[in-house]
Design a protein around this ligand. Structure first.
Ligand SMILES: Cc1cc2nc3c(=O)[nH]c(=O)nc-3n(C[C@H](O)[C@H](O)[C@H](O)COP(=O)(O)OP(=O)(O)OC[C@H]3O[C@@H](n4cnc5c(N)ncnc54)[C@H](O)[C@@H]3O)c2cc1C
Length: 416
């Protein structure tokens, strides 16, 4: 995060995160990548012990009562360890707990948030289905209303923590009326691991391994009515608020994940020689480092500005646009940072002698998960036109189109 913009309290939390990063054994990262560790429970327990899980959640439930800026700064630090550690760090404490804290009941907070932030239990978020992840309203997993409980049937896939989590936040179709508006058809549930819940298998993932990513199958799972999060058929607002930690968190951790790549490339290119010269003397090398440094700083600045907006701006549609822009820009920029880093070190970067190849594989996920970057562009376009139209209708801003010599040439400005 941008150090000089942080308050001393925010800096203290970031220092705690840095100490945790420093103390995390490299073997854990290697074992996760080799799938020797399937889900890093002990590491999450240690994060909880240091009060680093869900730092922006209220102290009463186990957080530190901090803000989005602090949470993003912590995410960046954790991301610098490995992308998958940042995934498991964020999914339970940031995403699932956020939904329960904002939309759940005190009984749910007591039972599912407090122990999670204390490192006693683990959670996963189940949105994506085999038939598709981008179309949230197309969910085919169903939950039949049986009075005091619901009967859950269906499948979710690519779920981080499918193996390892004790409970799942699941979105399922509850309104059997096919004509019901999509926004009033889906319900969000807390589903305990238990009878009828099966973790199918782990995928042969390109990267981001060791986080228990798998497929979940639900067969006639009895979900008590008190485990509904928010309203029945009312998952839409839950989904909407969850997209904030999902996408802002993704952006922040992606900055963190790219940072070591630039660090390694800078160090290497300051010592490696070619044609009798240290390679950073070649502009072809140092300009790639300069571009990477610029992209990283621009990404960090965007994460900071958007985190401030999430803390302070009331217009959530506007905040959603900023978050979508940030997720898209940062993930694409940081992938370029890692690309440049690998290019700068040459062939050795393509081997496991340096961590660049792992970072490269891991960070590729950034523009796919938590909503693809195409979906981000859709949201940005939609919100941008809406905001622009509102501004024009209010006639408060200057009409820039008038600042041309032939602005009155109505015959030339043809719209149809
Ligand atoms: C390692 C990993 C971990 C994940 N973890 C989780 C998790 O913990 N929980 C969870 O719920 N999900 C998780 N996901 C799922 C992830 O969020 C989805 O993969 C993602 O949202 C895209 O969904 P999809 O793969 O079904 O692609 P699809 O929705 O089928 O999209 C395929 C392509 O079509 C494009 N597309 C779709 N609709 C449009 C449109 N309207 N306009 C333009 N382009 C469009 C997409 O951008 C994409 O390029 C994870 C995925 C991976 C790979």
């Amino acid at each position: 995060m941008i150090e000089h913009l942080l308050t001393s309290e925010q800096k203290r939390v970031v220092e705690d995160a840095r100490a945790f990063v420093k103390d995390t054994p490299r073997q854990l990262i290697l074992d996760m990548d080799a799938e020797q560790v399937r889900f890093p429970k002990d590491w999450l327990r240690e994060a909880a012990k240091r009060n680093l899980l869900g730092v922006r959640h209220p102290k009463a439930w186990g957080g530190r009562g901090m803000d989005w800026v602090t949470a993003s700064a912590v995410c960046e630090e954790i991301g610098s360890l490995s992308y998958e550690l940042a995934c498991v760090f964020g999914v339970g404490a940031d995403l699932v707990c956020d939904a329960i804290l904002r939309h759940g009941t005190d009984a749910q907070r007591e039972r599912y948030v407090k122990p999670l932030l204390a490192g006693e239990i683990f959670a996963a978020e189940c949105l994506t289905e085999p038939r598709g992840g981008s179309d949230f309203f197309g969910a085919t997993t169903t939950a039949k209303d049986c009075g005091d409980h619901f009967l859950l049937n269906g499948q979710k896939r690519f779920i981080v923590g499918a193996e390892g989590a004790d409970y799942f936040l699941v979105y399922a179709r509850t309104n059997p009326d096919p004509k019901a508006p999509p926004q009033q058809s889906i319900t969000c549930f807390i589903v305990d691991r238990g009878p009828g819940v099966e973790t199918k298998y782990l995928y042969g993932l390109m990267g981001c391994r060791g986080g228990g990513t798998g497929r979940l199958v639900f067969r006639d799972v009895k979900v008590p009515r008190e485990n509904v999060v928010g309203e029945v058929h009312g998952a839409y607002p839950v989904f909407n608020t969850m997209m904030i930690p999902e996408r802002l968190g993704t952006a922040a951790m992606t900055v963190g994940a790219a940072r070591p790549a630039l660090d390694v490339a800078t160090q290497y290119s300051s010592r490696r020689k070619a044609f009798g010269q240290v390679i950073n003397r070649f502009q072809g090398v140092s300009f790639q480092v300069a571009e990477a440094a610029t992209l990283l700083d621009a990404s960090r600045a965007m994460v900071y500005a958007t985190s401030r907006a999430a803390d302070e701006v009331a217009d959530m549609d506007h905040v959603r646009r900023l978050i979508s822009e940030t997720k898209k820009f940062v993930t694409e920029s940081c992938q370029k940072v890692v690309h440049n880093a690998m290019q700068v070190v040459g062939g050795i970067g393509y081997t496991n002698v340096l961590p660049l190849e792992r970072i490269y594989r891991d960070i590729r996920l950034a523009s796919i998960w938590t909503g693809t970057n195409e979906v981000m562009a859709m949201i940005v376009a939609h919100e941008w036109y809406r905001e622009h139209g509102k501004q024009k209708a209010a006639k408060l801003a200057r009409d820039y189109a008038r600042d041309a010599a032939e602005a009155d040439a109505a015959d030339e400005i043809i719209y149809e």
